[in-house]
Design a protein around this ligand. Structure first.
Ligand code: F6P
Length: 382
């Protein structure tokens, strides 16, 4: 039987730093497409980079486009996933089987600087039209969704964005995909550090991800019971600020506390600026304070750890799997609606909906962050 390239399809790509829940989203968008909407999904490998490379290879050549369509149609599902050359894969049921709870993305993700170039985007638009794409779904964080916005502004394509980043720094949605899993991973990590901190009566300074946002650290602090959370929103830390924080830990020790877990978000800055990781800067400042002449606990040791990419992987939580399914459902409903708006799927007050690109930040988000910080302060005081 001659392989047939679908008359119309929806393309999906994952862009920027990966986040847990991306695979669950892929499974949901593909299965809803095949089972409910009867529309095929094309998976793009390595985010925008996959589109850029394909567009470059075709270079506007109509015959090359015909060959590409044939290639895609002859390498459906897993055959496409194992092909070295193909960046666009026609997804089937089997290709998304068994992936729901797995972290990362089987299609790969990338940051693509070339996509900042308007001419490059024009080539990508030409490619997507040549492939009869009904809509493009872009799953990722801030930069990736900006790319989606530009694509929709520069073409008549339907482009739907889906927020996915462990940073939870997108202020127009209560939660992005992957945050819940990352918080779980952080709670798991803190539990491990507590065991050894307690045994040695130590202070552990753990650096979390989150870019300029302290949300991930704040949530992990509340959920893990870490004694202290330091976030960037309060402004840069001076030497006096660090002494004040160390004094707080020392005070708790005087009142009987045996150890302390300090979470510091990677966005935290110092005055004067420091090049080293935050956990190390704080470790030194705290250690110096604890060992000052006449200090009550001169033997109190501080150990730093930068948790890094550990936070991006791992088994996806049920909350993220459910959110992935709801975002996929919302994306499909918008795509098949002739009057459906372009925009980004969001979660607000437990309702999933589409909001236009460039939607303003929700004031509730900042208020919630503040509330979390105060709540943590009250819960962790000793
Ligand atoms: O945006 C997600 C994130 O994990 C940030 O928290 C972190 O700063 C960054 O990506 C790390 O990026 P990379 O994987 O490119 O090192």
């Amino acid at each position: 039987m001659t392989p047939i390239f679908p008359e119309q399809s929806v393309a999906v790509l994952f862009s920027g730093g990966d986040s847990p829940g991306m695979n669950a989203f892929l499974r949901a968008i593909v299965r809803l497409g095949l089972n409910r909407e009867k529309i095929t999904v094309l998976g793009v490998r390595d985010g925008y980079r996959g589109l850029v490379r394909t567009a470059r290879a075709l270079n506007g050549d109509a015959e090359a486009l015909v060959r590409l369509k044939k290639d895609i149609a002859t390498h459906v599902g897993r055959a496409g996933l194992i092909s070295e050359q193909l960046h666009i894969i026609q997804m089937d049921h089997a290709s998304v089987s068994g992936i729901m709870g797995k972290g990362g993305t089987i299609l790969g993700s990338a940051r693509c600087l070339e996509f900042h170039d308007k001419e490059v985007r024009a080539k990508v638009i030409h490619l997507l039209k040549g492939l009869n794409i009904r809509a493009l779904v872009v799953v990722g964080g801030d930069g990736s969704l900006t790319g989606a916005k530009l694509l929709e502004e520069e073409s008549d394509l339907r482009v739907i964005g889906v927020p996915a980043t462990i940073d939870n720094d997108l202020q127009f949605t209560d939660m992005a995909l992957g945050v819940d899993t990352a918080v779980n991973t952080l709670v798991w990590s803190v539990d491990h550090f507590i065991d050894t901190a307690r045994s040695h009566r130590r202070v552990m300074v753990l650096e979390t991800m989150g870019r300029e946002s302290g949300d991930l650290a704040r949530m992990a602090g509340l959920a893990s019971g870490a004694e202290m959370v330091i976030t960037p929103e309060a402004g840069p830390l001076t030497a006096a600020d660090m002494q004040r924080l160390a004094a707080k830990i020392e005070g708790a020790m005087t009142r009987g506390r045996g150890h302390a877990i300090v979470l510091v978000a990677e966005g935290v800055q110092f005055e004067p600026q420091q090049k080293r990781n935050r956990a190390y800067v704080l470790m030194e400042a705290f250690q110096e304070y604890f060992q000052r002449p006449g200090a009550p606990f001169p033997d109190l040791e501080v150990r730093p750890s930068v948790l890094g990419h550990l936070q991006r992987g791992g088994h996806t939580t049920p909350h993220d799997c459910i959110l992935a399914a709801r975002f996929a459902d919302c994306a499909w409903k918008t795509i098949i609606d002739e009057n459906g708006r372009n925009g980004v799927t969001v979660l607000r007050k437990n309702i999933v909906e589409i909001v236009p690109y460039g939607t303003a930040d929700m004031p509730e988000r900042a208020a919630f962050s503040q509330e979390m910080e105060q709540l943590h302060e009250h819960l962790s005081s000793w």
